[in-house]
Design a protein around this ligand. Structure first.
Ligand code: NAI
Ligand code: ISE
Length: 346
């Protein structure tokens, strides 16, 4: 079966995913698009050389006969309503983060999915498909470094536009660390505090940057996560896990080593699209493969979307209060606890 995909939101990442389906992945085609800006949708189709039907809104696209699955790549606040409509229609959903901008919204989606009775929602937490993070997880799970004690990580970007606000350091940026560290440790967060170091002179007046987010987990692992979005030198993702008997770190990205004019150097990537290209490819290929088999999805679930939303709400509260804030999760429904096998994730 060739999976027929409808894309809702043809902006930056919508186009990226359309391009990978057309040019890098197998087993799927883009058959429908919609965007509140029809010209943007048409431009995306023209630029990518894709022939697909345009629909005036998400519901019309979801209902279309030539759509088996949808990509929700519109802006965050629009995700919840679209995902709920698609579950109702029984269409498979790949939804970019955030699943919903509220924890309540994520719970409603889980409720809808459980009532539907099949896992048909995958959230775009692509780092779970990144080779470096997979290696970190293997090292932690095999107890190679004993029990993890501390994590030091950083999410650094060269610059952001004027629309980026202080809370977006959490809801747009740190949300990836929130998900990936929860996945790595399989340990729930219990509290968070946010600290603000000296401000970077390149940050716009309305923005507090950098930020240091201190998370604590149930088993007592302490996490120090830095978000810096004006570092100028490049896009840089770091993660070091300190265990009882060793330390394991995210590998640096591949680059030739240059010896030139008395110096030795390697390149630093500039862009998230390039840094996680393989991970994006893999998350979407896994989605396509599972839709083709019409089976339950096993990629990042609506439950993980909920965990991220609850945690990010507490982080934003901690940004405002300056205090250590509790993080309280409900227990995970059995519907979301099925073990994933290697085969299901390939
Ligand atoms: P963007 O602003 O470039 O594109 C969003 C598109 O959605 C625009 O074309 C806009 O007109 C359209 N849109 C807005 N509301 C809509 C609605 N109700 N129905 C249909 N179309 C609508 O934004 P970008 O950067 O592509 O981000 C989209 C989503 O993807 C965000 O939730 C963002 O957080 C997420 N994202 C995830 C990344 C990842 O690494 N997983 C990377 C970049 C973005
Ligand atoms: C963007 O929205 C993403 O999700 C990228 O993965 C992230 O690294 C970037 O900083 C965000 O702006």
């Amino acid at each position: 079966m060739t999976v027929r995909i409808g894309v809702i939101g043809t902006g930056a990442i919508g186009r990226e995913h359309m391009n990978r389906v057309k040019n890098r992945l197998s087993g799927a085609e883009i058959t429908a698009v919609t965007d509140i800006d029809p010209k943007a949708a048409q431009r995306a189709l023209d630029d990518l050389g894709i022939q697909a039907n345009f629909y005036p809104d998400d519901q019309a696209l979801i209902n279309a006969e030539e759509v088996d699955a949808i990509f929700v790549t519109s802006v965050g606040p629009a995700h919840e309503e679209t995902v709920r409509k698609a579950i109702k229609a029984g269409k498979y959903i790949f939804c970019e983060k955030p699943l919903s901008v509220t924890a309540k919204g994520c719970k409603t989606i889980m409720q809808d999915e459980m009532e539907y009775g099949k896992r048909i929602v995958q959230v775009g937490f692509m780092r779970q498909f990144d080779t470096g993070y997979e290696q970190l997880k293997q090292a932690i799970d095999s107890k190679l470094i004993g029990e993890p004690l501390m994590i030091k990580c950083a999410h650094r970007a060269p610059e952001v536009d004027a629309a980026y606000t202080t809370d977006m350091a959490i809801t747009d940026t740190l949300i990836h660390e929130i998900n990936i560290l929860h996945w790595l440790l399989a340990d729930n967060y219990v509290s968070v505090q946010v600290l603000y170091p000296r401000k970077n002179k390149h940050a716009l007046p309305h923005l507090r940057d950098p930020q240091v987010i201190m998370l604590e987990t149930e088993s007592g692992v302490l996490i120090q996560a830095e978000v810096s979005v004006n570092v100028k030198y490049g896009y840089d993702i770091q993660c070091e896990v300190v265990g009882e008997e060793g330390i394991v770190s995210l590998p640096e990205t591949e680059s030739v080593k240059l010896r030139h004019k008395g110096k030795q150097s390697t390149d630093i990537l500039q862009d998230w699209k390039v840094r996680f290209q393989d991970a994006y490819d893999k998350e979407i290929q896994v989605f396509i493969n599972q839709v083709a088999k019409q089976e339950d999805l096993h990629g990042p679930s609506a439950w993980e979307g909920y965990v991220a939303a609850v945690t990010s709400d507490a982080c934003v509260k901690a940004q405002e209060s300056g205090q250590r804030e509790p993080i309280e999760l409900e227990s995970v429904p059995a519907f979301y606890t099925t073990e994933k096998t290697e085969a299901q994730l390939s």
